[in-house]
Design a protein around this ligand. Sequence first.
Ligand code: VAH
Length: 316
Amino acid sequence: MKKETILVTGACGQLGTELVGELRKIYGEGQVLATDVMDPKSPSLQSGPFEKLDVLNKQALGEVVERLKPTQMYHLAAILSAAAERNPTLAWDVNIAGFMNVLDVAKSASQKVHKVYAPSSIAVFGPNTPRVGTPQNTITDPTTVYGITKLVDERLADYYFLNYNLDIRSIRYPGLISYKTPPGGGTTDYAVDIFYKVVKEKAYTSFLGPDTALPMMYMPDALRGTLELMDAEASKISVRSAYNLTAMSFTPAQLAEEIKKQFGEFEMNYAPDFRQQIADSWPDSLDDTQAREDWGWKPSFGLTEMVEDMLKNTPR
Ligand code: VAH
């Protein structure tokens, strides 16, 4: 295996915590520097090097890169959709200025950064987007500030690839479901919260209405997809903005029904809040043919398998 040195930003989040663990398994514990503005809580982050780093501090980011000389960067620091609606300025700063800092530092690093990963989201789509089987290239017109920032990031990624030959790769993640680290500030978080509440209290009140369909993915698929995209030959990557990627689509009512089937009865209630409007602006389902054709993407978890694994592993 080729020796890689990897810098991860936003490592304490839902995705970062698990991705750092996977990267350390592949490349060695000492080869992956996890960074975040927060202190690490999860044991998988404490098992290897960790530093506090704010992506808005370009000088500090530059110093870390010059010292570490990473061959790959995973830029995961971001403000998610619901949190962004509460603080659009912070979302703009972190999601766009922070990303710009990463791009600039990667581009001008004295030792070449071979690959950069920076996730996008289905939030780049909006109410004018075809809602079912949303194609890779279509109308975006996001109406959430999070979606707007992610769309700018997609364009910047493509720009840095075209103009500076930076090998940048990205995925438009759907809602990610996992049991190790809870998500924070997203609209798809209900699909994780429900498991914690059901196993502890046998009741859940959803902040989205029963019929709100959204594209979703179980964390093991998201991790594998991300690593497969990063491993793919550069010549196979035809999309430098971000790939559509999906595994399943369901509504809160369908998720509750599947949990009831496997877990038994629980009380399900609905009290939609401001996140309903965010969810209503996003696609019901995605077409990820391009990722399947370019680098062989194929999900392994559908709704039934995901619910089974979540019920087995959600902490009681
Ligand atoms: C959010 N989970 O809800 C994120 C995501 C699918 C959207 O990027 O904000």
